[in-house]
Write a protein that binds this ligand. Structure first.
Ligand code: TRP
Length: 451
């Protein structure tokens, strides 16, 4: 069932993606998401963007452009869960639960916060001048992003490793305080892609918006051409041999070329290809590689309503994981319904755990199904139809094995999935709270670790 590796990463939505972002993060993430062992969660970290930016138009524009970039780059939203952080209310809610267990001393050590304090001290300001609680709590919000979906691997740049470690720390603390032997949160690991290119910018330093040396990704062919014409080269004239290994123009070419194309370009440079012509080659290569995606990008930006739909569908998918999980976490810290209290005390949990019953039966059309009944006889699940009793039996066994249950809520009911297939449905509930309580009851009923 959930044996796939959960890969999760967020993209802070300030700014427009450039070629360096594409080669360093977007392209590798899209490729990684095609691995059949990967269960990828990619999201627009727009709550994080608010920490750095108080310009609403820029926030809005950037979310739109980044969403369009990932989709135009070939992200398959049927395979991955692609959403906006701000569409998942469970994330700020989890942030608070985690804030209440995060040590202040831990957050004092966060690099981003410390750098701001150091700068203030250096300039003789009050240490906390201009520092918001948002900046200070940034790592807790990021921990919530990661822990909410129990990510195993978190691809990030080196500057973010500390944040992933803090997520582990905070998650562990929560597990320890409230888990009663159960590990609510998986311990995430930062994934640093050593092989991924850090692209040089126009001036040869790392391509970065803060150096103003970027090549735009999907803006227009003309803008890309203009940027390429500004790539700094040495002063060797046409006809003179160039040194590819000391040319960032060559490095840029190589990041998008096949090995054969790169070899050819290398020998042309050695044979004295002029820089002007070399820039044309780079433009041609990039235009071939990215031209189609650029078309898609422009089309997507023209249809913001479609983008909205795609992201809402992504949020729905993400929340089918987040909602029941947060419910469990709320219960764990004691935020429980007064009404259902009896059902959530430890003693009833034990009873329920002993008594779930699977009852199988045969339909008139010859197919086989089963019901899962709670201790009090209430129906928790009705399975889909299976062609024979053996298949139905195997599925009910699998559910009883109690591995991580893949439960997805849909309006006022929920369904159970095994290996990508819906195998059973719950009845419809009066409201979402009743549905969530039933999900919790089912988890308890099927949990193997009751003692
Ligand atoms: N802080 C990350 C960055 O600036 C973005 C981010 C937010 C993120 N939440 C995350 C990355 C969760 C990985 C996982 O790059």
């Amino acid at each position: 069932m959930t044996t796939r590796t959960r890969i999760l990463t967020g993209i802070t939505t300030t700014g427009t993606p450039h070629l360096g972002n594409y080669a360093g993060a977007i392209r590798p993430a899209i490729l990684a998401s095609r691995d059949s062992n990967a269960d990828s969660f990619y999201f627009l970290a727009d709550y994080h963007a608010l920490i750095k930016c108080d310009d609403p138009l820029r926030i809005q524009r950037s979310r739109l452009e980044i969403a369009a970039t990932w989709l135009a780059g070939g992200l398959d939203v049927d395979r991955v869960t692609f959403y906006r952080q701000s569409d998942i209310p469970e994330i700020p809610e989890l942030t608070w639960l985690l804030t209440c267990v995060a040590a202040k001393g831990l957050l004092n050590r966060a690099h981003a916060y410390k750098a701001s304090v150091d700068k203030n001290v250096e300039t003789g300001e009050d240490p906390d001048a201009g520092i918001t609680m948002g900046l200070y709590s940034y790592p807790v919000l990021m921990a919530a992003d990661i822990l909410m979906f129990n990510a195993h691997k978190v691809p990030v740049g080196r500057d973010q490793i500390q944040h992933v470690e803090m997520a582990r720390d905070i998650g562990q603390r929560f597990n320890h305080l409230f888990g009663q032997g159960k590990e609510f949160f998986t311990m995430p690991e930062a994934l640093i892609e050593e092989s991924v290119a850090t692209l040089p910018g126009l001036d040869g330093r790392k391509m970065s918006k803060s150096y103003d040396n970027t090549i735009p990704l999907f803006s227009s062919a003309k803008e890309m051409k203009d940027a390429i014409s500004r790539i700094v080269t040495d002063s060797r004239a046409p006809g003179e041999a160039k040194d590819p290994d000391n040319s960032h123009l060559f490095t840029l070419f190589q990041a998008f070329a096949t090995p054969a194309q790169a070899d050819e370009f290398r020998s042309e440079l050695l044979q004295g290809l002029g820089w002007g012509e070399a820039k044309n080659r780079l433009f041609q290569l990039l235009d071939n590689e990215l031209g189609e995606s650029r078309e898609r990008y422009i089309k997507l930006l023209e249809r913001p309503a479609d983008l909205e739909d795609i992201l809402r569908a992504g949020a729905k998918k993400a929340r089918s994981v987040a909602t029941p999980f947060l419910h469990e976490l709320r219960e764990a810290v004691g935020l429980r319904s007064f009404v259902n209290q009896a059902q959530t005390t430890t003693t009833t949990k034990k009873k329920a755990a002993k008594a779930p019953r699977f009852v199988s039966f045969r339909e008139d059309d010859g197919s086989f199904r089963f019901r899962l009944l709670a201790a009090d006889g209430e129906q928790l699940l009705l399975s889909r139809n299976f062609p024979d009793g053996k298949t139905a039996g195997a599925v009910s066994k699998q559910l009883q094995a109690g591995k991580d249950l893949d439960l997805r809520s849909e309006d006022l009911s929920f369904s159970v999935w095994v290996e990508g297939e819906c195998v059973a449905d719950s009845p419809a509930f009066a409201d979402s709270a009743a549905r969530d309580a039933a999900i919790e009851a089912l988890r308890v009923a099927l949990s193997p670790s009751q003692d």
